[in-house]
Design a protein around this ligand. Sequence first.
Ligand code: AMP
Length: 284
Amino acid sequence: MQLIKTADFLTKHLSFLRTEDKNVTVGFIPTMGALHAGHLSLVEESVKQNDVTVCSIFVNPTQFGEEQDLVTYPKPIADDIRLLTEANCTVLFLPPVEEVYPKAYKHKTYALDGLDLKIEGASRPGHFQGVCNVLDRLFTLIEPTNAYFGQKDFQQTVVVKKLVELINSPTKICVLPIAREPHGLAMSSRNTRLSDQGRKNAAFIYRALQQLKEDVVTLGVTKALDKAKQFINAQKGASLDYLVIVDTDTLEEVDNLGDSNSVAALTVVEYEGVRLLDNIYLKA
Ligand code: AMP
């Protein structure tokens, strides 16, 4: 695996590969590091589907609201390099901040039809505009054939599909299922902040979503949501940020499953001081 730290070298390297073989396919996985099996499932899929796989590790300051979360974000870079090498990743792009945002860089605002303002965006103002700025920059540098994202960050996948439309990017967005810990908790780099017991207990979030998927059929959306919210709030130390049932394209809340062709439940629960995201398709 080649480790590249500058934008200039990255573009030169990729254009060299493209002159050698003009049909070369490039898969791209943007990450913030502290890699786990969820990230690696994206890398593995890219390695299968593309000639070259580029993974980036960049803890993007513009998508963090709280300074504390940015400062304490885990950065086990030696482990990450080992895992990516073992997964046969071709290039790791590991830039310092000034390579992604040079002095002259002007932060852009994207017209995302409000997709960035609701649900997770309402809890984290500016977050998705930060995500779009970094992805626009990385997509422009890398020009990937395919880019891989996890369903775990559901709203992000909807925003990214809108972004590629807005910037006329030919990159295909591939969304892969959520990798889970043995107890059911969705894998996340932030899970390392939970205690061992907390990590097991936090499986109640996925249990709530699975039960909700059953209940919504028999009880309907409103009653099933109320029941799930009560269950989550009854867990010691848990505080529900949101639990919503939405159309998967517009992210608008639905009152009945029949109102939309594709419906998912999205949630964030704060547990042991950690924001834990999860979601489940109720209808696909
Ligand atoms: P992050 O490093 O948290 O920015 O995540 C980088 C990519 O990995 C994003 O597309 C995430 O959705 C994806 N990802 C994170 N956790 C998981 C998971 N448990 N399963 C599948 N993909 C994931």
